[in-house]
Design a protein around this ligand. Structure first.
Ligand code: SF4
Length: 349
């Protein structure tokens, strides 16, 4: 029986591609790639919270593979550049296909399957980009894209007759309608919407990440996870303050607290939690602590008072200080946020 390794995000396109292989009697081992940036990208149409959702129903195996530092390296230095934001899509696809090629050799599979659709993404899903990616991954001729295969050059499994090309598709572009019709035909009802996905395509996250990398080229995984939470401020010394925006973010901040971090909140008023983390030049200074406390007060229910009592905790020791809420000018100058061309009035910040 012919065997394939499939890149599976759990999104519609990659799942359909697996089902098309199963329909041709091909045994599929799917692999879901995980990164620190919240996406897996067996296809790039969507990312699923549970990529194995359909594995049991349709009868295929799913393996998880975390790309960890290998992925961080290409985010920092992509050979083929970033997309509109920090997304290094071409390098990312090459990396994933290289890993899939290894799995193909290990498992004795005949070829690789992806859910890519010609023209769906401007960077990595172009006619001239597919062969480049496949060649760089050492898998030229062995990467089958079943949804668009009839618009592309035949691959080795098609030429050998392992896969029947006539039963593949000629989809292209960004519309999901043909995929949704095929899903209905194949009995695929459970798949996520195309929202969400890779954080590296989000302008604000990308801006925070690029700011972090310019301050600290070797961030920890914890630093990267912290970028997803709260409002971020870079203080003059290089220290950073992060302010929760709601209960969920406050809990998340607590879970990401490091031993050397300060944790703050305003006493007796509704208050966000605020983490103060020292920069590369060392621990947070007294001035940093005062600034972070004033930012915390600015987002608390005591923001209209001249000053508030802020509790500051580090390593189970607690102390208190009086801090006046930071004014809009300070907030604007320290906040790490992608600016729109329209400048907002300070009171709207
Ligand atoms: S970098 Fe591009 S291809 Fe890779 S996971 Fe992010 S959006 Fe998908």
């Amino acid at each position: 029986m012919a065997r394939a390794v499939a890149l599976l995000s759990g999104g519609l396109d990659s799942t359909l591609s697996v089902l098309l292989m199963l329909r041709q009697g091909i045994e599929v081992t799917a692999v879901t790639f995980l990164t620190h940036f919240g996406c897996d990208a067996g296809d790039t149409s969507s990312c699923s919270k549970d990529p194995s959702l359909n594995a049991v129903k349709f009868g295929f195996e799913v393996k998880l593979c975390h790309l960890a530092d290998k992925f961080i390296d290409i985010v920092k230095n992509p050979r083929y550049g970033h997309g509109r934001n920090m997304n290094p899509c071409i390098d990312c696809r090459i990396l994933m296909l290289r890993e899939a090629k290894e799995l193909m050799s290990l498992t004795g599979a005949d070829f690789i399957v992806t859910g890519e659709v010609l023209g769906q993404r401007p960077m990595s899903q172009r006619r001239e980009t597919f062969p480049l990616i496949d060649r760089e991954a050492g898998a030229l001729g062995y990467v089958l894209r079943p949804l668009s295969a009839r618009l592309l050059k035949p691959t080795v499994p098609e030429m050998k007759g392992t896969v029947n090309r006539d039963k593949l598709y000629a989809m292209s572009g960004r519309s999901r309608k043909p995929q949704m019709a095929l899903a209905a035909e194949l009995g695929l009802t459970d798949y996520p919407n195309p929202a969400g996905g890779c954080l590296l395509t989000e302008p604000n996250y990308s801006h925070r990440l690029s700011e972090l990398l310019s301050e600290n080229p070797e961030p920890t995984v914890n630093d990267l996870h912290l970028l997803r939470v709260g409002r971020h401020f870079r203080l003059k010394s290089g220290a950073k303050a992060i302010v929760g925006r709601n209960e969920a973010e406050n809990s998340r901040l607590q879970s990401l607290l490091n031993k050397d971090d300060y944790l703050m909140g305003v006493e007796d008023f509704g208050s966000p939690l605020t983490i103060l983390r020292g920069g590369l030049r060392g621990d947070a200074s007294e001035e940093d602590i005062m600034t972070a406390a004033s930012i915390c007060a600015r987002y608390s229910d005591a923001r209209h008072l001249p000053a508030a009592v802020v509790n500051v905790m580090k390593d189970n020791a607690v102390f208190y200080l009086n801090a006046g809420p930071a004014d809009g000018g300070l907030i604007e100058s320290l906040r790490i946020e992608k600016r729109n061309k329209t400048v907002l009035p300070i009171k709207a910040l």
